[in-house]
Design a protein around this ligand. Sequence first.
Ligand code: ATP
Length: 325
Amino acid sequence: VSPSLAPISDDFLIHTWEVLGSGRFGKVYRCKERRSGLMLAAKVINTITAKEKEMALNEVQVMNQLSHGNVLQLYQAMETRNQVVLILEYVEGGELFDRIVDESSPLTEVDAMVFVKQICEALHYMHQMYVIHLDLKPENILCVDRTSHQVKIIDFGLARRYKPGGKLRVNFGTPEFLAPEVVNFDFVSFPTDMWTLGVVTYMLVSGMSPFLGDEDNQTLSNVLAATWYFDEDAFEHVSAEARDFISNLLIREKGGRMSAAQCLKHPWLNNISEKAKHLNMVLKSQVLLRKYMAKKLWKKNYIAVAAANRLKKIGSSGSLTSLGV
Ligand code: ATP
């Protein structure tokens, strides 16, 4: 039985003229709590269909269970007849990859370690709370501000509560970040997030997307085959430890991947302040990420895995249903 939420109240002033972002099901606006003047964000989700409503309530339920410095905090959730409104902590630093490409000082490997470590802390916490995020792409990693290195994981729209040993399948995602088990419509589990962490880490240190093909079909078959390599040029200044970290995540078999706890123990994410004294070689990723982000502007799409699944049956000539955002 779905819980019902509080009705919309005028405790919050939603700045409908200040859009912070938009997604598949609605928009995110700046918002102010009238009583305290506190700046917040309001994610307004259109819930016309029962399925949309169920998904929005799932997002609320999952977020209600989480409280961690690297996870976006939900303040309150309200509803109208056709909308669910999530009142969220406001994060002003923008998406991590945007920040990196805009930064005047280029990215070093130590910067990447600091970011990845926090993503691992967030995943470790979520997984301990039996939550799988399932949509951990770069747009869902936000910077707290423009100066510090603190990041937060957002968008629990596809996240699921997961009982270990449970049989859970998901059917949505962005092709280049999907784990092989998602493309295959096999069971997902905590390691599904760890695969995506591998993709994000690969991109952070190299600026390249390891499975991205010219079209979705190509990307999905690269993921399914788990074929990837370290591009020699892009990885020129990337340490052996970073490569080892990535290699232990981008493993086709779920059971072979490091858990978030193991990631936090990996040498790459340890003794960071010591490494900061000498590992200040500039990565090539900033320049390559700029190119990637410029292309991505017109290629922001989700695919339905049910459609992607056809790929297996009809081969790489099959076409996919792309749900443009
Ligand atoms: P998608 O279709 O990409 O999954 P969505 O509809 O689930 O999106 P979110 O990913 O939660 O929506 O938010 C969309 C965008 O709005 C984010 O990528 C981010 O840029 C911005 N945003 C979301 N929440 C906040 C926040 N709390 N503070 C600042 N900006 C935010």
